[in-house]
Design a binder for this molecule. Structure first.
Ligand SMILES: Cc1cc2nc3c(=O)[nH]c(=O)nc-3n(C[C@H](O)[C@H](O)[C@H](O)COP(=O)(O)OP(=O)(O)OC[C@H]3O[C@@H](n4cnc5c(N)ncnc54)[C@H](O)[C@@H]3O)c2cc1C
Length: 129
C-alpha cells in the first residue's frame, strides 16, 4: 500500500529534498481511505504536483500521500458545476472546461499544479475565482 524511505526530490519542480519515511500514491478515494485508516497515528503530509514545495534535505517523517494519481472530472451541464478529483492537473482542467464553452478557469491554464494543491494554496484567489 505504501513504500518506505522514498526519495522525494523527483516529486517537486525544484528537484531537491530528502526522503519520505513512508510514501503512498492512491489511485482512488477508496484506496486513499484505506491508506488513511492504516496510517492512523502517523504524521501526515500531502503532496500534489510539487510545484510550490521546498522539501527539507532531512526529509519528511511519517506518511506522505501524493494525490496526483487521483483523477476524474465530471461536468454537470444542468447545474454548471464541475466535480474534480484532487490529482487533476489545472491546465488540463482549464482546457477541458474551455472546450465545453465554459468560462472561469482561464487563469489556471498556465499553473503547473493540481486541483488539490490549488485548493490548499488558494490559487486564483487574487481575482481569478
Ligand atoms: C510557474 C507557476 C505559476 C503560478 N501561477 C500562479 C497564478 O497565476 N495564480 C495563482 O494563484 N497561483 C499560481 N502559482 C501557484 C500555484 O497555485 C501552486 O503552485 C499550485 O496550486 C500548487 O499545486 P500543487 O499540486 O503543485 O501543490 P504542491 O506544490 O504539491 O503542494 C502545495 C501545498 O498544497 C498541499 N497539498 C497539495 N495537494 C494536496 C491535497 N490533495 N490535499 C491536501 N493538501 C494538498 C501541500 O501539502 C502543500 O502545502 C503558480 C506556480 C507556479 C510554479
Amino acid at each position: 500500500m505504501w513504500q518506505e524511505n522514498v526519495p522525494l526530490s523527483g516529486f517537486t519542480s525544484l528537484r531537491v529534498g530528502g526522503r519520505a519515511e513512508f510514501l503512498a500514491m492512491p489511485r482512488s478515494v477508496a484506496e486513499l481511505a484505506a491508506i488513511l485508516d492504516q496510517g492512523q497515528g502517523l504524521p501526515l503530509t500531502f503532496l500534489g504536483a510539487g510545484s510550490n514545495l521546498l522539501i527539507s534535505d532531512r526529509g519528511i517523517p511519517g506518511l506522505v500521500i501524493c494525490t496526483k494519481n487521483l483523477r476524474g472530472v465530471s461536468f454537470d451541464e444542468a447545474t454548471g458545476t464541475v466535480t474534480v478529483a484532487a490529482g487533476e492537473p489545472l491546465p488540463k482542467l482549464a482546457w477541458r472546461a474551455a472546450q465545453r464553452g465554459w468560462s472561469g478557469l482561464e487563469w489556471a491554464v498556465g499553473i503547473p499544479g493540481t486541483v488539490g494543491g490549488m485548493a490548499v494554496m488558494n490559487a486564483g484567489g487574487a481575482g481569478g475565482l
